[in-house]
Design a protein around this ligand. Structure first.
Ligand code: PEP
Ligand code: MN
Length: 346
C-alpha cells in the first residue's frame, strides 16, 4: 500500500504518518518528489485495515499496489531509481555501457581489455571470476584469484567492476572486490542468494532467468529489495524459445514493459542473447531504441582464444565501431552516451 502526501507537507507531519504506520508493525519507505512524497508501507497490510489513514494530517490518498511485486512496482517511487556504480549512473539521462570479457582469464588480458573498452566509451568493466557453466568440464573461472585481478585492474584503469556471485557463502568476499554484484540467468530464482545480496550495500545487476517471465524477474528483484537493498538494475539477456538461429531469443519488448512496470533501471545484454558476434551490434541498437538504460557487451582481445563465450565476443575494434553507430540510436532515444559527450567536450 502507498500513502501519497499532499503538496507542501511539513516534516513533522511526515514523521507523524511514518510513526503511525510503523507503530502498527509495518516498515516504511519514503520516496520524495518535488511536489509530493510517497510513503510505501511494507508488511502485513491487514493491520492497516480500519485505520482512518485519510484522517491523518498531510495524507492525500491511500492506494493499494495491486501487483504481486510491491517495492519494485512503478507506483512505489515518484521518480525512476538511479543506481550509481563508480562514475556511472543507471537510470538517469546517460546510457551506460558495461563491457569486458566473459571471464577473467588472467591479469594481462583483463587489463588490456579494460583499457580498450574504457578508451572506446565503456564506463563499467564486466568480467566473471566465478563462472556458472552448463557443463562441469568447461572453464569455471579463476575464483578468488580472479577477484584479486579485478581489484588490481580497477586500480590501474579506473573503471568500476561488475562480477558474478554464484553462492550465498561468497557474497561478502565478492562484495569486497566488486562495485556491483551480478546475479546470472541460472541463479535468478536462487532465493537464498537473492536474500544474501539483499543484505549487502552493493548495487546488484539482476539478469532475467532464461525461462522466466517478466513478473518472475520483478519478483526476484523484490526478494533483494525486501531485504533493504533497493539498488537493483534489471537485465534482459534473451530467453529460451523454439528458435535456434540465435543462442537465445532477445525479448526486446521486455524493455518497454519493464520500464512501464518498475522504477528500476533496465539494461540489455545483446551478447548472451545473440550468441554470435555478428548479431551483437544490431541487438545493441535495438535495446537503445527500445528505451534501455544501458547495455552490457562481451569484448575479448582475441576472441578465438577466449576460455568462454568467444563466439559472441567482439574485438576491441569491433566494439569501437559499434559504439560509434550506437551513439545515433542513443540520441534518437533522447539519451546520451556519457563518455562520448566527454570526448566531444574536450
Ligand atoms: C555472463 O554474463 O557471462 C553470463 C554468464 O550471463 P548469463 O547469466 O546471462 O548467461
Ligand atoms: Mn558470458
Amino acid at each position: 500500500m502507498i500513502i501519497v502526501t499532499r503538496a507542501g507537507i511539513t516534516s513533522d507531519e511526515l514523521d507523524h504518518i511514518r510513526e503511525r504506520v510503523e507503530a502498527l508493525g509495518l516498515r516504511t519507505h519514503i520516496s520524495r518528489g518535488e511536489l509530493r512524497t510517497i510513503i510505501g508501507c511494507i508488511g502485513d497490510e491487514e493491520r492497516l485495515r480500519g485505520v482512518p489513514l485519510l484522517a491523518i494530517p498531510g495524507v492525500e490518498e491511500v492506494l493499494p499496489v495491486l501487483k504481486p511485486y510491491k517495492l519494485a512496482a512503478r507506483e512505489f517511487s515518484v521518480a525512476p531509481t538511479r543506481v550509481r556504480v563508480g562514475a556511472a549512473t543507471f537510470g538517469g539521462d546517460a546510457f551506460v555501457v558495461i563491457a569486458g570479457p566473459c571471464s577473467v582469464e588472467g591479469e594481462e588480458m583483463t587489463l588490456q581489455t579494460a583499457c580498450a573498452v574504457r578508451d572506446r566509451g565503456a564506463t563499467v568493466l564486466r568480467a566473471g571470476a566465478y563462472k556458472p557453466r552448463t557443463s562441469p568440464y568447461s572453464y569455471r573461472g579463476m575464483g578468488e584469484a580472479g577477484l584479486e585481478v579485478l581489484s588490481r585492474v580497477r586500480a590501474q584503469c579506473g573503471l568500476p567492476i561488475v562480477t558474478e556471485v554464484l553462492d550465498p557463502r561468497q557474497v561478502e568476499q565478492v562484495a569486497e572486490h566488486a562495485d556491483m554484484l551480478q546475479i546470472g540467468t541460472r541463479n535468478m530464482q536462487n532465493f537464498p542468494l537473492l536474500t544474501e545480496v539483499g543484505r549487502v550495500h552493493r548495487p546488484v545487476l539482476l539478469k532475467r532467468g532464461m525461462s522466466s517471465t517478466i513478473t518472475d524477474l520483478l519478483l526476484a528483484a523484490e526478494y533483494i529489495m525486501s531485504q533493504g537493498n533497493m539498488q537493483v538494475v534489471l537485465c534482459e539477456r534473451g530467453i529460451r524459445t523454439f528458435e535456434t538461429a540465435t543462442r537465445n531469443t532477445f525479448d526486446v519488448a521486455a524493455i518497454p514493459v519493464l520500464k512501464k512496470e518498475t522504477h528500476l533501471p533496465v539494461i540489455a545484454d545483446p551478447s548472451h542473447a545473440a550468441g554470435r558476434r555478428e548479431f551483437v551490434p544490431a541487438l545493441a541498437y535495438a535495446a537503445a531504441a527500445a528505451g534501455a538504460d544501458g547495455i552490457m557487451i562481451e569484448v575479448h582481445p582475441r576472441p578465438e582464444e577466449a576460455l568462454s563465450d568467444g563466439e559472441q565476443s567482439l574485438t576491441p575494434d569491433e566494439f569501437g565501431d559499434m559504439m560509434a553507430t550506437l551513439d545515433g540510436f542513443v540520441r534518437a532515444a533522447g539519451r546520451r552516451l556519457e563518455a562520448a559527450e566527454e570526448v566531444e567536450a574536450v
